[in-house]
Ligand binder design. Structure first.
Ligand SMILES: Cc1cc2nc3c(=O)[nH]c(=O)nc-3n(C[C@H](O)[C@H](O)[C@H](O)COP(=O)(O)OP(=O)(O)OC[C@H]3O[C@@H](n4cnc5c(N)ncnc54)[C@H](O)[C@@H]3O)c2cc1C
Ligand code: SF4
Length: 458
């Protein structure tokens, strides 16, 4: 798939990956063996009928391919861009045993992009039994998926979102050059057109509590409030000016369009030498944003080795191509500041890999006496997020874990509180778009079953 030229793209926020041409899409679709027992589908958390949508592309029926995708996935243009397909559907594709697996994600993106330009089909609602009124808290991939599934089944669905745009991390976290916001909003629009009432600037736990939603006549509530609370390192100097949490940094850049300052009213100060701590997608995004905002040197500082980087391979590769410098097996232990309280240096220690830890990855162990200094004037900390505790604290009877995640049944999304369901990052901890959507599809079924029982006793 073609990409924007490296020397151009490091100076702009336009999309890097340019997508397939029609000829490329047909050629790729023709490689699919149309397996009668397709292994790729087993690797898809939302269960897309992958051979069927690929067949439509092969035959030139691109809108039909998009409709097929949307039977199971209301956000195909998003998933075609950011899903870790290489570890899911594509990993199981039989062709991968002999060579390159089918590029299912790129085909998904092609069909969704085609349909967006050609005109989107809104499917008929298919009421199935009794219907009820459901509140969705949070408009990320989890909330959007539950909303779409339930509204298609005939339920009345109202979605509450605390930010001023719907989309969750897709809007505020993932940068424009990986996922254009226009595309996220087009998929949100599709879900609104299905009949979901989306209310932005509504923080549940402040404007209404969950119990107040029930008192207001809702039959069930789905919590998909994500994991938006950043983790910190707890080391000296973390409060210095110029040290950002990745969340704040990315919200300023993406949601509040800091990269278009002064056209947009969001100043964002970036220094010459930026260190981003962490090795996941969030870290890659923060590093690549820093470069585009004008930093001269941008470092990824990660305590494990290259093979253990949790970011998607495609995104680490893009970062490397763009000139991001990787300081692997390295961990910061202290930030130093100048007389005006601004970060001007970072003391680090070299690491080596020891025995595997609880995550199954080899534990990084500091090498004594290997301390060294790095000159940095901006630091972005991207070492993970946990759920924001507001809803958990304002809702009686909701069981949570010591990490602040909500306890929910894996198959139905049911929580310990009657009528309350949850899914996505607020249950799993920070994970992926498609895993949030997979949990959401199960929760939608759980809620549908609950409403049947509540209304008909069966
Ligand atoms: C920078 C970044 C890059 C990422 N890159 C990728 C990637 O490339 N591929 C991938 O698969 N995954 C990626 N992820 C992870 C993925 O985005 C998340 O796993 C996914 O968005 C989780 O979906 P969710 O619906 O559970 O939560 P979120 O997307 O976090 O959405 C939760 C929503 O709930 C709202 N909310 C919270 N509390 C309240 C409240 N009290 N009242 C009302 N609304 C509330 C929030 O404002 C937010 O809009 C990335 C994450 C980040 C941060
Ligand atoms: S496993 Fe690969 S070849 Fe078989 S149907 Fe799925 S995408 Fe096509």
């Amino acid at each position: 798939m073609a990409k924007q030229d490296i020397l151009d793209r490091i100076h702009n926020f336009y999309e890097v990956a340019l997508g397939y041409t029609e000829e490329q899409a047909i050629l790729e679709a023709t490689r699919c063996l149309q397996c009668p027992n397709p292994r790729c589908v087993q690797g898809c958390p939302v269960g897309i009928d992958i051979p069927a949508f690929i067949k439509e592309i092969k035959e030139g029926n691109y809108s039909a391919a998009a409709s097929k995708l949307k039977e199971k996935n209301s956000l195909p243009a998003v998933c075609g861009r950011v899903c870790p397909q290489e570890n899911q559907c594509q990993e199981l594709c039989v062709i991968g045993k002999m060579g390159d697996p089918i590029s299912i994600g790129r085909l998904e993106r092609f069909a969704a992009d085609y349909e967006r330009k050609a005109g989107v089909t809104i499917p008929e609602k298919q009421p199935d039994g009794a219907t009820g009124k459901v509140a969705i808290v949070g408009s990320g991939p989890a909330g959007l998926t539950v909303a779409a599934d339930l509204v298609k089944q005939g339920h009345e669905v109202v979605m509450f979102e605390s930010l001023h745009y719907a989309g969750g991390v897709l809007m505020y976290g993932i940068p424009e050059f990986r996922l254009p916001k226009e595309i996220v909003q087009a998929e949100v629009e599709y879900i609104k057109n299905l009949g979901v009432d989306v209310k932005t600037n509504y923080t549940i736990g402040r404007i209404f509590t969950i119990d107040e939603l029930f008192a207001d006549g809702y039959d069930a509530v789905f919590i998909g409030s994500g994991a938006g609370l950043p983790n910190f390192m707890g080391i000296e100097g973390e409060n210095l000016g110029g040290v950002y949490a990745a969340n704040e940094f990315l919200i300023r850049v993406n949601l509040m369009k800091g990269y278009l300052f002064p056209e947009y009213d969001t100043p964002i100060r970036i220094g010459k030498n930026v260190a981003v701590i962490g090795g996941g997608n969030v870290a890659m995004d923060a590093a690549r944003c820093s470069l585009r905002l004008g930093a001269e040197k941008v470092y990824i500082v990660y305590r494990r080795a290259r093979e253990q980087l949790p970011a998607r391979e495609e995104e680490s590769e893009n970062a490397e191509e763009e000139g991001i410098i990787f300081r692997l097996l390295t961990n910061p232990i202290k930030f130093t500041g100048d007389e005006s309280g601004w970060v001007n240096g970072m003391e680090c220690i070299k690491m080596e890999l020891g025995e595997p830890d609880a995550s199954g990855r080899r534990r990084p162990v500091p090498i004594e006496g290997s301390n060294f200094m790095m000159d940095v004037d901006t630091v972005v900390i991207a070492i993970g997020q946990t759920p924001n505790p507001l809803i958990q604290r304002t809702t009686d009877g909701l069981e949570t874990t010591k990490w602040g995640t909500i306890v929910a049944d894996e198959e139905t999304g049911a929580t310990s509180k009657e009528g309350v369901y949850a899914g996505g990052d607020v249950v799993s901890g920070a994970a992926t778009v498609i895993s949030a959507m997979g949990a959401a599809r199960k929760a939608a079924q759980g809620i549908h079953g609950y409403i049947q029982k509540k209304k008909t006793g069966q």
